[in-house]
Design a protein around this ligand. Structure first.
Ligand code: NAD
Ligand code: MLT
Length: 552
């Protein structure tokens, strides 16, 4: 029975949905404030986790986890989750990108207005029984210039609000089209430095990355428009806090409003003692509406994933919707099996692989099918491989994976053909599906044949000479091994040939040696594949749960 752990305080609307998910056999536990071993142990007991920004899901917290399959961040920023560690373990990380957009944009505006009219300082002064009307001279927004760095969801919502306040809006975002910018009334500038001398207010709405870290630092103080007011409602660290304090001291900066800090929680900062500073403790998304929306959306993502295998808003995997999964289910099984087969034909590590799709399959979601092949290829060597982490694990090992597609049909309506290139050898296999779910090998090492892709296989290359099949059959007969099916492929009579035997049981090393000793046999490999119909655990889980969900 799948279970979920709630790691940060979640809105009651989200918890109500979790209660309702019990009908789908999903249980949940709320455990907030966890860290260290307590967090690691808790994560290892659940299939899914949901959090906000409080808990830190580090590589150490995920170490040795064989159970967790998904982490959902009820919010935007996933910087409190080690995504690389999660991906390596095959754990999908999803977020709820839009639920708190408006609340955060409004908070940015609250800070812009609060800063301009000294709201917090005036409030504190009056509460101290002072009627000080001269001290709190403010600035009007209309006619002023606002610079926005990062014009995604929140940045655009801020721009719309700024236009309503009759502000001129300059923006910088490498991914905003000039047309969309024009629609929003934003003048696009091609760098942050380019806008600094012009703007009265600067607000940032990007993630914290190597590029955005300390976007405004000591050097930028030299070029900003004197009296500039800086607002950060995105991530601490985008402004260099030491430079902000210095700029305020020198009078270059007219005001600073921060909702986020380089280190959080932040309860002490030189900025707290300075005039012209307005601070809130990461409250951008703290509205009833935003929290309800991200919790409901987040729980929905997790329950959908655990019941149907659907992946939406993933930040470390491509989206998988149940319909796409259903449409390629048989091919996922086929290519996973081709991966398992090829991994057993050679013990040397491959340098690269290429996977070619031909026919109907080429028009479907081949990304997933390729990932399934990679999962099969690595499964024998690496624990917990699945379609989320397989390609990354291949890349980490320096193995290139290339995909090609052509939709015109060949000899079969759909074929998946794979080449595994090693230092001095290339192994080739191609397969198709009979019906919707019966995988077959249709080419091996360049020879056409037709063999089952399940159970125990004996693959032997040989010279196409009379009597060889009889000799091989005889060798197994003497060892008491039953051959369920035999198929042979060759390009020219008397030339190189390959045989595939489907065996009823695994042959002993002596029986394999007896086959290898048959005159004309060049190489022998035993390949162990799952029985027909047995799906990989990552595919079986989603099929079983999707069946449960449909029944429920
Ligand atoms: P988004 O992904 O919709 O937009 C981010 C934008 O930043 C993108 O358009 C991207 O192209 C742009 N960008 C990235 N690097 C850039 C760079 N170097 N220069 C210029 N632009 C760059 O994200 P969003 O939902 O708008 O959220 C923005 C930020 O706000 C995130 O960091 C998020 O974590 C944070 N956030 C904070 C709160 C809060 O409580 N304070 C709430 C929600 C979101
Ligand atoms: C976010 O990235 O969504 C914000 O930091 C809001 C939050 O969840 O605290």
């Amino acid at each position: 029975m799948p279970s979920i752990i709630v790691l940060d305080t979640l809105s009651p609307d989200g918890l109500a949905l979790l209660d309702a998910a019990k009908a789908h056999g999903i249980t949940y536990e709320v455990a907030t404030g966890l860290s260290g071993d307590g967090l690691r142990e808790a994560l290892a007991r659940h299939d899914g986790a949901i959090c906000r920004s409080g808990v830190k899901i580090t590589a150490a917290a995920l170490a040795g986890n064989h159970r967790l399959r998904a982490i959902v961040r009820a919010g935007v920023g996933t910087d409190n989750i080690d995504k690389e560690a999660a991906t390596r373990l095959g754990i999908v990380v999803m977020n709820t990108p839009a639920g708190n957009t408006l609340s955060t944009a409004e908070h940015a505006f609250a800070l812009i207005l609060g800063l301009s009219r000294n709201v917090a300082a005036a409030d504190a002064s009056l509460r101290a029984h002072k009627w000080d009307r001269n001290k709190f001279m403010g600035a009007q927004l209309a006619g002023k210039t606002l610079g926005i760095v990062g014009l995604g969801r929140i940045g655009q919502a801020v721009a719309e609000r700024a236009r309503a306040f009759d502000m001129r809006v300059l923006g910088y975002d490498p991914f905003l089209s000039p047309d969309r910018a024009a629609e929003l009334g934003i003048e696009l500038i091609d760098s942050v430095r380019g806008m600094l001398p012009e703007v009265d207010y600067l607000t940032v709405h990007t993630p914290l990355t190597d590029e955005t870290r300390h976007l405004v630092g000591m050097k930028e103080l030299e070029i900003v428009k004197p009296g500039i007011r800086l607002i950060n409602c995105a991530r601490g660290g985008i402004y260099d806090e030491a430079a902000l304090a210095e700029g305020l001291k020198r009078g270059v900066i007219g005001g600073v409003a921060l909702d986020v800090f380089e280190k959080e929680p932040c309860t002490d900062s030189p900025l707290f003692e300075m005039p012209g500073v307005l601070v809130t403790p990461h409250l951008g998304a703290s509205t009833e509406e935003a929290q309800s929306q991200v919790a409901v959306e987040g729980v929905g993502l997790l329950v959908d994933f655990l019941t149907t295998g659907a992946i939406r808003h993933a930040v470390n995997s491509s989206a998988i919707d149940p319909a796409a999964l259903e449409g390629v289910r048989g091919f996922l099984d086929l290519s996973w099996r081709l991966g398992l087969l090829l991994s057993q034909l050679d013990s040397a590590a491959p340098r690269s692989c290429s996977i070619a799709y031909r026919g109907e399959i080429a028009a479907r979601n081949t990304r997933l099918v390729t990932a399934a092949f990679a999962a099969g290829l690595l499964e024998g060597s690496i624990e917990d491989v699945n379609i989320v982490n397989a390609e990354m694990l291949l890349r980490e090992r320096g193995i290139e994976l290339v995909e090609q597609s052509r939709t015109d049909p060949g000899a079969f309506s759909s074929v998946v053909a794979v080449d595994l290139v090693g230092d001095d050898q290339v192994h080739r296999a191609a397969g198709t599906l009979f019906g919707h779910s019966m995988p077959r090998i249709v080419q091996l090492e360049g020879q056409r044949l037709e063999a089952y892709l399940d159970g125990i296989l004996l693959v032997f290359t040989h010279q196409d000479v009379p009597g060889i099949i009889g000799r091989v059959g005889n060798a197994f007969g003497q060892s008491g091994i039953n051959i369920a099916q035999m198929t042979v492929g060759r390009s020219t009579p008397g030339g190189d040939a390959i045989g595939v035997l489907n065996l009823d049981q695994e042959p002993s090393p002596e029986a394999v040696a007896a086959v290898a000793a048959c005159p004309g046999v060049k190489s022998v490999r035993v390949v162990k594949l799952p029985p027909a119909g047995q799906l990989p655990s990552w595919l079986a889980a989603s099929s079983a749960s999707s069946r449960t969900a449909r029944r429920g």
